[in-house]
Design a protein around this ligand. Structure first.
Ligand SMILES: *Cc1c(COP(=O)(O)O)cnc(C)c1O
Length: 390
């Protein structure tokens, strides 16, 4: 029996938790920066798996690496050594210029590990994070997240968190004292509305952390893997995090997360942290494939030039519905004068999928492999929809 797409949508809703507000669209196939619904209707994907699809959908190198590894070994808990993990850890540490890594399965889990490790290493309890910062939905990661609607229903969370305004070093200096284990911060705030760090800000944050004995946790879950025009966004800010948290695009679309550990962390005590699926060989094989593609093609540089062009274009032809254009590389936010929800709906009807970042910001995270024609077509449609919106 063949069930129609509409009935399958109903079936999915019937047994889903309800935690997600889903769009009226069923995706069945993806290739590069294009997605297709059950009727074969094509969409230009500027959601990019919420940042997990920097290499696009079903990148052939990633698919091949996964298929090869699946045939050999799908599971290998870190009770044992594994050659794929060995290669992957070396490649990732080398790429990030950090000596060690803890592998896990998601962004929240990476931040969660980093928060624990910060307490372990410093013997201090408190954390400082930023207003509009987003670090995940588990209890620890949620504690350092800003958005009250995510946080408040679950309080009490970790109490020892101070949130300070982003891009404001004086306010940070007021709260980082000898009780603070770590400052956790994004290089471009993603969920919080696409706010890039101003030049010099992160270097000042790092200096302050060093002076006061706090660790610097840089959350690059969304900005990592070429998104902003360098392999990792913080490389443009010339800083060296004590811990670097990664996930989303890390394994070409498979679930994986990582915490890179800097010199000030050293090695962790045995059994101080762990994860059953962490360091999974299939995810590691996919991770190796995406690193290889990013390091041997011009995709990262292309993200920077294309991003610059798109930002310049929007700024030069600012639709009246737009208050401000922000971004770095192919991480682009248009702050609107009104709500973003109807704009997303209108875009979808015109074959372009995009993201919100809060209620008023239209966020674009197209796969870095997007065809230039498709990208400019999407930009054009966005302009038309935004010009219609007022
Ligand atoms: C998405 C995101 C997270 C959470 O990642 P999950 O894999 O959804 O847990 C954490 N930090 C940032 C900056 C993110 O964008």
């Amino acid at each position: 029996m063949v069930i129609s797409p509409v009935d399958l949508t109903l079936l999915e809703d019937q047994h889903s938790s309800g935690a997600y507000l889903k769009r009226d669209l069923q995706i069945v196939r993806g290739e590069g920066a294009l997605l297709y619904d059950a009727d074969g209707q094509r969409y230009i994907d500027c959601v990019g798996g919420q940042g997990a699809a920097n290499l696009g959908h079903c990148h052939p190198a990633v698919v091949a690496a996964i298929q090869r590894q699946m045939a050999d070994l799908m599971l290998c808990p870190e009770l044992f050594h594994n050659p794929v993990r060995a290669h992957y850890q070396a490649a990732l540490c080398h790429a990030a210029n950090m000596p060690r890594v803890f592998l896990c399965n998601s962004g929240a889990e990476a931040n969660e590990a980093a928060l624990k490790i910060a307490r372990l290493v410093t013997g201090r309890r408190n954390y400082v994070s930023t207003m509009r910062g987003f670090h995940g939905r588990t209890m620890g990661a949620l504690s350092v997240t800003w958005e009250k609607t995510y946080r408040e229903p679950f309080e009490p969370l970790i109490g020892e968190v101070r949130h300070v305004p982003y891009n404001n070093i004086d306010r940070l200096a007021e709260v980082v004292d000898d009780s603070v284990a770590a400052v956790i911060i994004e290089v471009v705030q993603g969920e919080g509305g696409v706010h890039p760090a101003q030049p010099g800000y992160l270097a000042a944050v790092q200096r302050l952390c060093h002076e006061r004995g706090a660790l610097l946790i840089v959350d690059e879950v969304q900005t990592g893997f070429g998104r902003t025009g360098s392999l990792f966004a913080h490389q443009q800010d010339a800083i060296q995090p004590d811990m670097l948290c990664l996930a989303k695009s890390i394994a070409g679309g498979l679930p994986m997360g990582a915490v890179l550990l800097g010199e000030r962390i050293g090695t962790l005590p045995p059994a101080s942290h762990g994860s059953t699926f962490g360091g999974n060989p299939v995810a590691c094989a996919a991770g190796l494939a995406i690193l290889d593609v990013l390091q041997t093609t011009n995709l990262v540089e292309r993200a920077r030039t294309l991003g610059d062009e798109v930002l310049a274009h929007f700024r030069a032809h600012l639709p009246t519905a737009v208050r401000e254009v922000r971004g770095r590389g192919l991480m682009i936010g248009l702050e609107l004068r009104g709500k973003v929800a109807p704009v997303l709906k209108a875009l979808q009807a015109r074959g372009v999928l995009a993201l919100p970042a809060g209620a008023m910001v239209l966020r674009l995270l197209p796969p870095l492999v997007i065809d230039e024609t498709d990208l400019w077509h999407a930009v054009h449609i966005i302009e038309e929809v935004l010009n219609d919106a007022v």
